[in-house]
Design a protein around this ligand. Sequence first.
Ligand code: NAD
Length: 479
Amino acid sequence: MDILNYIDGELVPAESGSWLDNYDPSIGKVYSRIPDSGPADVEKAVSAAKKAFPGWSTCGIQERYRILNRIADLIGANQRELAEAESRDSGKAIRTSSSVDIPRAEANIRFFATAILHFGSESHHMEGEAINYTLRQPIGVVGCISPWNLPLYLFTWKIAPALAAGNCVVAKPSELTPMTAFLFSRLCQEAGLPPGVLNIVHGLGPKAGQAIVEHPDTKAISFTGGTATGKHLAATAAPMFKKLSLELGGKNPNLVFADCDLDKAIATTVHSSFGNNGQICLCGSRIYIQRPVYEQFRDELVRRAEKLTVGNPFDEKTKLGALVSKQHREKVLSYVQLAREEGGTVLTGGETVNPGGEFSEGYYMRPTVIEGLPNSCRTNQEEIFGPVVTLQPFDTEEEALELANSVKYGLSSTIWTNDIHRATRLAEKIEAGIVWINCWMVRDLRTPFGGIKNSGVGREGGFEALRFFTEPKNVCIKY
Ligand code: NAD
């Protein structure tokens, strides 16, 4: 099957005519191909977006709402097909793609379709002298670049606020998981999105992605991906004075205090550790447990991890499908090896899984729990982004806080305690963009979303995203 670029309303191959293989990670085989796009394709996409901008930015919020809402309806109507495509493309279990990825993609579009109807700006009154009001105008052509771990979910999370605010978009999904963005482009055609308003260019990051970031007419870049890529992107975009939103990596702590509801903490920690094979930027990978409950927590987490079914992503009973690629599984396994060299004990997992039959060449591995590592070692400091967690005991609240803040990342964190004072005290001091107390992955789309330190710059979500995708202009009227 050929995946095609979506440029100026048409589905087209790359200008060069070259293609890249696209793998099905569940069987480890090529099953489709994507355009190997480059600067010439990005040029076409940007010029289509520029042509579409005057119409889209002035058609009115009701019209933008109507079309975006129609796209959301079509995602809803095609949920099963999209969920199956997402699982085939990324290896994730169908229960995840059908309950998380695709419903959330629909919610993203619907949320921003309606958010724009409620979005306002400020005015500042200077008594007796003048009044200032702020215009919030769309920026123009913007670039949106997304990763492979939550493909349509994160793709729509970016493009929806950009489009709702009246911008025209040149977007690139990950080359590892391009399929649902391609299916999405067909839904945009069906919904009547005017040509050029959204353009999707497929291909490699350093080639197609780089061309989007470098293009002088993409005025803002919204990027989600790895910290090293984000750094490179910022170095390219900053001298061109582009607006930048960077959602980067994480190494998130879970703090488990002895006074918490341990059963709930363990059940949720299974999800926060191994959900989507640990390939969610918000997964908690460093688990710090207060000493009195350390053994109990550890033994129960290991017992439950061992019960998780790994294999055929299309079986509704499967909890963990395949990792996204052979290279990624090798990277994750190399961290397990590193953990052993650093003195850790692998309590469970650490090895590949062969589900047999047609899935025997897929990229599966067992959920892995490691203990006995010093906090400063690489395994505890670097993002692994797989089904691997480490456990460490702590004694006091101060020690827990120090451990939580001891990495260069600052994306999310989870605190398990029944002491509300402790919880709020820690929430103030933890270096993270999101603090979950006695829960994980509870998401309200109106809240600011993003990280601090090496986890990124800027916030997505709610009106924050609409502010990012608009340029404020102060107008002052003298009485
Ligand atoms: P990645 O950085 O390798 O790629 C992300 C996207 O950037 C892809 O579309 C890729 O093609 C593109 N890209 C690569 N090089 C580029 C370049 N030079 N110019 C422009 N674009 C380029 O990341 P990944 O491996 O796809 O995703 C995993 C990473 O994403 C993890 O670090 C994870 O923590 C992070 N992530 C962060 C969040 C968040 O909200 N903070 C959410 C999901 C994933």
